[in-house]
Design a protein. Structure first.
Length: 410
């Protein structure tokens, strides 16, 4: 029998009425003969309000108890959804994480899945039932309830698809993955097919449609994911192994990330070992450094800039101020008003002129580039935050709407 995992996010199960509506997707697959496994998030807003509630009990709630509390959100949703499915004649059976079981490590509030048991799910399916599994939660080998981190239901769904060796549908409130944020670019197009690697870059650079870990999981095991809307019947975006992505374009999407800050160490004596002195204490403080730029030196001095997540910026600045004193740098300057715009596409591997074109597009609008970083399938530029949306629109128009780059045919 063909199997299918269908995951519904918070907005898809936000009310009894929404739950009634989504049964049509479940019912359709079931009536077509699929063995359907449903995964549900908590109803929209429930996890947030549980977190608030916990914080009002204790500003720093113990993580084990936090997991016991947070897991109730999904437990509530699967029970209600199963009642509604049964009322409509579909034999649903709700299952909490521990009943599946979804075995995790014991890192509370961000546990990782170690093992997924499929016997119970398989025998339910064999009986013609529809297992409705609580997303986001698992159980340790010692029997404690865990949760998988915000957005973790995506990972539950993909893990089940891996274990059952089937496709995974992710129902959400957008029609799929777009070539750019549609709120910024009105011409943004829905992407039909995207590779895991491109999706990971898009996700880590700000397109927050799925939990990153779930895409990593899917990539590792080759699970095909279909991200689609539970508000329409339209096809969404397929996230696939690279060889199955047919449409050959150089740039698949443009992303924007405004979650970083830039720190500049001014007038550092330019000698061997200085970079190590600056970055070692940051690493020891578990601060992830992203882009790094060292200027050409003048009379034995240079400026060194780098970016960190804005949430770490204050801490990073304090650490670097200490180091700056020790190594005799003149000053440390922090800038929170920066944005990272990126173009992403596996086609860049076999294209030429892409970086030059990107710099030209920004230059034509008088946008200064503060830092650049690249990978095989991505070019990122750090710019002043006030030009962020303009940059995204211009890059989209050049690379996506007009496809102004050439590809070398292999
Ligand atoms: N309910 C959890 C959250 O809001 C998990 C999820 O929805 O995926 O993060
Ligand atoms: Mg989500």
């Amino acid at each position: 029998m063909k199997l299918l995992v269908q995951k519904f996010g918070g907005t898809s199960v936000a009310s009894i009425e929404r739950m009634e509506q989504i049964t049509k997707y479940i019912g359709r697959a079931y009536d077509e003969g699929y063995g359907v496994v449903v995964v549900s998030s908590a109803m929209a807003g429930v996890t947030d309000s549980l977190i608030d509630l916990a914080k009002s009990a204790d500003p720093v709630p113990p993580e084990r108890e936090m997991d016991v509390l947070l897991a109730t959100g999904e437990q509530q949703a699967i029970a209600l959804l199963s009642m509604i499915l049964r009322k409509k004649g579909y034999p649903a059976v709700s299952l909490c994480g521990w009943q599946v079981p979804i075995i995790t490590d014991d890192v509370h509030t961000k546990a990782r899945i170690k093992k997924v048991g499929v016997n119970r799910i398989k025998s339910l399916i064999a009986e013609g039932k529809i297992p409705v599994v609580a997303g986001f939660q698992g159980i340790t080998e010692g029997g404690d309830i865990t949760t998988l981190g915000r957005g973790g239901s995506d990972t539950t769904a993909v893990a089940l698809a891996v274990a059952l060796n089937c496709d995974c549908e992710i129902y959400t409130d957008v029609n799929g993955i777009y070539t750019a944020d549609p709120r910024i670019v009105s011409n943004a197009k829905k992407i039909d097919y995207i590779s895991y690697e491109e999706m990971l870059e898009m996700a880590s650079l700000g397109a927050k449609v799925m939990q990153i870990r779930s895409v990593e999981f899917a990539a590792k095991y080759g699970v095909r994911i279909h991200v689609r809307s539970s508000f329409s019947d339209e096809e969404g975006t397929w996230i696939l192994p690279e060889e199955e992505v047919m449409e050959k374009v150089v740039v698949r999407g443009i992303s924007l990330d405004t979650s970083e800050s830039r720190i500049t160490v001014v007038k550092v004596p330019d000698k061997p070992g200085i970079a190590a002195k600056i970055f070692k204490p940051l690493g020891e403080a578990h601060i992830v450094v992203d882009m790094i730029v060292q200027n050409v030196s003048h009379q034995g001095y240079t400026d060194m800039s780098f970016t960190v997540n804005r949430a770490d910026a204050q801490k990073a600045e304090e650490i670097v101020r200490k180091t700056a004193k020790e190594i005799g740098a003149e000053d440390v300057v922090r800038d929170d008003r920066v944005a990272k715009v990126s173009i992403i596409g596996i086609g860049m591997r076999s294209s030429y002129g892409t970086a030059a074109k990107m710099f030209e597009v920004l230059a034509n609008k008088g946008i200064n580039i503060m830092a650049i970083s690249t990978s095989e399938i991505k070019i990122s530029c750090l710019i002043d935050e006030k030009y962020a949306e303009l940059a995204v629109r211009e890059l989209h128009s050049t690379f996506i709407e007009n496809e102004e780059v050439k590809t070398i045919e292999a």
